[in-house]
Write a protein that binds this ligand. Structure first.
Ligand SMILES: [Zn+2]
Length: 432
């Protein structure tokens, strides 16, 4: 039997283990915010991976945003050396999940099995993917104990809130540098036959329009900041939104609607603060003297971030030139450059070939509309040979009744195991 066939069989033989591992991970409710149970899940992974012969390190992101003694940002990195230290294939999964929300028909932390699926918060995003990568590594080591290179598996905090207490923290300390790691696979739920090369860029900003407070019965004595913001929105509708929608990209972003520049108005607030729900009185009559809007601009690899920013500033200046009394501030909140791994990168080729072997068809290449931890691996770690590949349907992420298909997990684990063989190589079959 070929090594490939043995690997595929070895993963299939671990199907029950794969399901149990996924259920165990779901049963540790690692909600973020606030960042619950990070230590518990890292200790669970420590036991599992130490048992499989990995050297493990637990690293707390001291001083990272969100880190406190009550909610420590724990991460785990496990490494299994083969015959040589290089090349190193690294599987990175985030351990956190988002809030449960309403509308569930099953217990979100029970790991309910139904219709060939495992249900739960984090099932597809991304505890199922993490379990698949662990099973893939364990199966590979069982079939090829004398493999070349090294395998790393990390469980990292806070991806859902920016990754600063997770991958960013570790990347700053060299854990994702080209001196240590050669290939990175992030098992986010991008579907079992798709390779995600990267993501669009992000520019968040807060725009504030200014006015003058006065009695609401005599608004002509004040200056209404909300009306000024209305003028900003009118200008966006007239000029900016059509321009952005027409700006298409060669990045294979999915879904198709995201294959253009987009802008979301995340929030808008003007006038006096909203009162608590138990306040039963009326509001007071005032002309609002400030109005704030938070915008979320997603941009393309063909766009320059400086031009993205200038475009918004120019729009505000256009409004100013046609509107007496208009005054504003703009403040950047967050920026991430777009990233896209080259299709000729070795990790892309290995996973594409493995997808072809397991599914009998070519892999699709996609780019994510939103960012994920690849941004830190690219910018801080300076590691370009990185993709997202994993089981699960992206649309189910963060929804009620989130699930991951067991067949999908098993097949993804087979793809990962074959990719390991391709990237690391193995000594002659006789010693495997
Ligand atoms: Zn995720």
């Amino acid at each position: 039997m070929s090594l490939n066939a043995r690997l595929i069989e070895e993963v299939a033989a671990r199907r029950d283990d794969l399901v149990r591992l996924t259920q165990d991970l779901i049963a540790i409710p690692t909600l973020n915010p606030p960042g619950d149970n990070y230590l518990e899940i890292c200790e669970y992974l420590d036991r599992r991976l130490s048992g499989a012969g990995f050297e493990t390190q637990m690293i707390r992101a001291h001083g990272a945003p969100g880190d406190s003694d009550k909610y420590p940002r724990w991460n785990i990195i496990a490494r299994r050396e083969g015959a040589r230290p290089r090349p190193c294939v690294h599987f990175n999964s985030h351990i956190d999940v988002v809030e449960v929300g309403h509308g569930w028909s099953v217990d979100p932390f029970a790991g309910v099995l139904k219709d060939g699926r495992v249900y739960g918060r984090g099932a597809c995003d991304m505890k199922g993917g993490m379990a698949a990568s662990i099973i893939a590594a364990e199966a590979f080591i069982a079939v090829c104990p004398g493999f070349d290179g090294a395998i790393e598996i990390s469980g990292t905090a806070d991806e859902e809130s920016g990754g600063f207490g997770g991958v960013a923290y570790l990347a700053e300390r060299g854990f994702f540098s080209p001196e240590r790691v050669d290939h990175v696979i992030i098992p986010e739920p991008l579907n079992k036959d798709r390779i995600c090369l990267g993501h669009r860029g992000v520019w968040w900003a807060e725009i504030e329009t200014k006015g003058e407070i006065a009695h609401g019965s005599m608004p002509f004595l004040g200056d209404c900041a909300v009306r000024h913001m209305g003028a900003v929105m009118a200008e966006m509708e007239a000029s900016l939104f059509p321009t952005l929608a027409a700006r298409r990209t060669d990045m294979p972003v999915v879904p198709d609607g995201a294959r253009a520049s987009t802008l979301n108005i995340n929030s808008i607030h003007g006038g006096e603060p909203e009162q608590a729900k138990d306040y039963t009185g009326l509001p007071s009559p005032c002309v609002p003297d400030r109005c704030r809007m938070v915008i979320d601009r997603r941009f393309l690899i063909e766009e320059d971030i400086g031009e993205v920013e200038t475009e918004i500033r120019d729009l505000l200046e256009t409004v100013r030139s046609g509107r007496p009394g208009f005054d504003y501030d703009i403040r950047e909140l967050h920026r991430v450059l777009p990233t896209m791994t080259d299709r000729s990168a070795p990790v892309v080729g290995a996973v594409a070939q493995a997808v072809q072997q397991v599914f009998g068809r070519a892999a699709d290449y996609v780019v994510s509309p939103g960012t994920y931890d690849q941004k830190h691996i690219d910018r801080i770690g300076r590691l370009k040979n990185c993709i997202a590949y994993g089981p699960g349907i992206l649309d189910l992420a963060h929804k009620p009744d989130e699930y991951v298909g067991i067949d999908d997990m098993e097949q993804s684990a087979q793809v990962m195991a074959l990719a390991l063989l391709d990237l690391l190589g193995a000594p002659p079959v006789s010693s495997c």
